[in-house]
Write a protein that binds this ligand. Structure first.
Ligand code: ASP
Length: 358
């Protein structure tokens, strides 16, 4: 990415220099040709990396990169790749829980503050690093979102390895889910399995997954990435918020960056990450902006299956940084922590919330 910043700078210089020279020779005033130049900043600034609760190692990695002069988006992608590689993280990349037919389908997005460009993939199969593929969509195409077979073929064109992402553990959890799903289907449930949900599956179903990582680098530029295997056992082809710019991720270099984990449909219906960033742009602190969007989601949630005893039966979490390096996080339900690194090592912090979890 540093390379592309340098390229941009050189190109801008050439273009502006050429227009100024042509203007003075031909006697007209050089005007902006209409191609937006990225707002590259170079002053040294205190960096921050904020991530979901599974992002402790990711924030550590991202901080190491930006402290060595690296770029915010390179750092964000390098950080989330740790989870994409981790077979024990059942919500991301390799080892992610599959859809209802046992196929792992990944969604991911990136957004880069200096150029205000974005890239995303959805329903990507058999390629582990959805985050990197999303970044290449941004860098090597004129498009923002590529899905399914097209995303797979694009990844193959860039040399990504095709592999089976379903680990043995994820397969067992999927089989458990299939066999316990209904009395009315073809499958028999082994007696010892009834009422004995594997702890890992219980945790995943209660807390969801996904990793979001937003980074402010030492040049005061912002970049973010969200990557996920989506809801466990989702219907084939279902796309959540993670690859949708404005829903699971949004970055505006002038205001801040925000991303989300949790029930994606709630974010899709409220353009939630966009709204968090807008609120920061209007002056709210990151935590207040996240809380305010949680409230908005609750106010607009009217369908009965999402409520239990007057409380929301779902959760959404937001993670945000503003351009000054303030950061914060909030969730609908209590019990969520996030990972942050502001130069003093990575640590967990409890997120603000609206309702106590039962
Ligand atoms: N937001 C993800 C989705 O809806 C899932 C999650 O974070 O738990 O696909």
């Amino acid at each position: 990415m540093l390379h592309s910043i340098r390229k941009w700078k050189r190109r801008d210089f050439l273009r502006n220099g050429f227009l100024a020279t042509a203007g003075s020779v031909l006697g007209f005033k050089a005007i902006n040709p209409g191609i937006a130049a990225p707002a590259i900043r170079t002053n040294k600034f205190k960096p921050v990396a904020i991530s979901s609760g599974n992002g402790l190692a990711a924030t550590e990695k991202a901080m190491e990169i930006v402290l060595n002069g690296g770029d915010c988006l390179d750092a964000a992608v390098a950080g989330v790749k740790i989870q994409e590689d981790d077979p024990d993280d059942t919500s991301v990349g390799y080892g992610g829980l599959p859809n209802e037919r046992g196929i792992v389908q990944l969604d991911a997005s990136v957004m880069y503050g200096p150029t205000h460009r974005a890239g995303a993939v959805a329903v990507l199969e058999n390629i582990r690093y959805a985050s990197e593929v999303a970044k290449l969509v941004m860098e090597r195409t004129k498009r923002v979102l590529v899905v399914g077979k097209g995303a797979f073929e694009f990844a193959r064109m860039h040399g990504f390895k095709e592999e089976n992402l379903l680990t043995e553990r994820a397969r067992q959890l999927w089989q458990y889910w299939v066999e316990n799903r209904s009395r009315f289907d073809d499958f028999l449930t082994p007696l010892e399995d009834i009422e004995n949900i594997p702890e890992q599956l219980k945790y995943h179903l209660e807390h969801g997954g996904t990793i979001n990582l937003n980074v402010l680098d030492t040049s005061r530029n912002l970049g973010g990435c969200t990557t996920t295997s989506g809801l466990a056992f989702k219907m084939p082809g279902r796309v959540g918020d993670s690859p949708i710019i404005g829903a699971g991720l949004y970055v505006d270099n002038e205001y801040g960056a925000a991303g989300s984990t949790g029930r994606g449909e709630a974010n899709l219906q409220t353009c939630a990450s966009f709204l968090v960033v807008e609120e920061m742009g209007r002056g709210s602190s990151p935590t207040d902006a996240c809380l305010s969007v949680c409230r908005r989601i609750i106010e607009r949630t009217r369908v009965s299956y999402l409520w239990r005893d007057g409380k929301p039966a779902f959760n959404v979490n937001f993670y945000a940084i503003n351009r000054n390096g303030d950061f914060g996080s909030a969730s609908i339900l209590s019990g969520t922590r996030y990972a942050v690194n502001d130069g003093n090592g990575s640590r967990f912090v409890d997120a603000a919330y609206l309702y106590e979890r039962e």
